[in-house]
Design a binder for this molecule. Structure first.
Ligand SMILES: *Cc1c(COP(=O)(O)O)cnc(C)c1O
Length: 403
């Protein structure tokens, strides 16, 4: 039986998912409890289920959380990226700059629109888009850039804006890792980019199982994304079906998509959103503990945030440095000791589709290529107990210090 399925029969309080001291530690585990389960049950009892009032509330609250004029709830960050690039006018023949150090979703959406992603190497410290290299990759076909706030560390918003302005590019931020995060008190998602995409996938910093959000301060982009989210229809379904005396007519103004988020998912999202600051704080505590505990190990630790920066700490990604064992052996040993790890990322230029389609070579991405061989991500979910964190710490030490 799934662990979530037994919620209604259980007297347990938060968390719904419990582990014992010897259980393997998963790489990522959603931080969900009774409050989320109750909200989902209420949403089902409310009888609407698909996109409706709960989703509208979720959008309002999320927009407020990031300080954006608009938030559009969708089925994934991938959908949000696709809608954002479409609304920003990316189309056939255009080029879009994308870091090679990311998940394939950041680039695949460019192909959906018949445009070409141009992969760019990353900064060796932050693992985010290297703006100097990006500048060299700009051509007269370049229309947009998709910066990724790797691990939840926000890129410098001023440098990003300047880069976009200098080259006349639209910015669509991939903030799948970066909620909540920000610089100088200004959250990622509330700035002057064309749009920002957030992910509520089950491993991300807040979750709706599957889900995502597009935020923007641009009225035209928000309006276009709302229409394209639901088949290119020019009117809201809730309004058509529930308002007494509402007109039945609607028009289709474009061949849109089916990307609307359900009220069931939004109910879960509203609870997660209210808990997001606390969950972020917990991940920060875990990150600090790792950074302190690993200072003497042969590891390159992740770039920490400057004082004016809030890091979402979605990932704690280290790189082995002069260790006696290689990354694959380290991953193997950690797994045998009951601690799951992951690798972020296998760079896009290593993936057969991207490599072959765009004739990409390792030599063009020296930082990502070299980092990939040494990178490994450790568990950092907010649901980890102190005992689990200490087990990760001692397991990492054991794996790196014993032959
Ligand atoms: C998870 C992730 C995505 C995709 O998110 P979905 O909500 O699963 O579509 C996009 N970009 C990055 C960098 C991610 O890590």
């Amino acid at each position: 039986m799934s662990r979530l399925a037994d919620v209604s029969h259980s007297q347990r309080k938060d968390p719904v998912i419990t582990t014992t001291a010897d259980d393997p530690i998963p790489f990522a585990q959603p931080d969900v409890g009774d409050a989320e389960a109750d909200a989902v049950r209420d949403a089902i009892r409310a009888g609407w289920l698909t996109t409706g009032r709960i989703t509208a509330e979720f959008e309002r609250e999320f927009a407020e959380a990031v300080g954006a004029a608009h938030a559009v709830a969708v089925t994934s960050a991938t959908a949000a990226l696709h809608l954002a690039l479409e609304a920003a006018g990316v189309g056939p023949g255009d080029e879009v700059l994308v870091p090679t150090w990311t998940f394939t979703a950041s680039a695949e959406v460019v192909r959906y629109l018949g445009a070409d992603p141009v992969m760019v190497d990353v900064d060796a410290s932050t693992m985010a888009l290297d703006l100097e290299r990006a500048a060299k990759a700009v051509t007269d076909r370049t229309k947009a850039v998709v910066p990724v706030h790797f691990a939840g560390l926000p890129m410098d918003p001023a440098a990003l804006s300047r880069f976009a302005r200098d080259h006349g590019l639209q910015v669509v931020e991939d903030a799948a890792h970066a909620f909540p995060a920000g610089t100088d008190g200004r959250p990622v998602g509330g700035g002057d980019s064309a749009a920002t995409a957030f992910s509520f996938y089950s491993t991300k910093t807040m979750t709706t199982g599957e889900g995502g959000m597009l935020t923007t301060n641009d009225d035209a982009i928000a309006a276009r994304a709302r229409i394209m989210r639901l088949h290119g229809i020019d009117r809201d379904v809730l309004d058509r079906y529930t308002r007494v005396g509402a007109k039945w007519q609607y028009d289709v103004v474009a061949p849109g998509y089916k990307y609307n988020l359900t009220d069931i998912a939004s109910a879960l999202g509203r609870v997660q959103l209210s808990r997001a600051p606390g969950m972020r704080q917990r991940r920060e505590v875990i990150a600090r503990r790792y950074t302190e505990a690993f200072a003497d190990l042969p590891l390159q630790l992740p770039a920490g945030p400057a004082d004016n920066v809030t890091h979402a700490w979605h990932l704690y990604s280290v790189r082995l440095r002069d260790a006696a064992i290689d990354r694959d052996e380290f991953v193997e040993r950690m797994g045998r000791s009951g601690v799951a790890t992951s690798v972020h990322f296998i760079p896009l230029h290593k993936m057969s589709y991207w490599r072959e389609r765009f004739d990409l070579r390792d030599a063009d991405f020296p930082v990502a290529t070299e980092s990939f061989a040494r990178a490994v991500s450790l568990p950092i979910s907010s649901s980890l107990t102190d005992a689990q964190v200490e087990r990760v710490v001692s397991t990492v030490r054991d794996c790196l210090t014993t032959e």
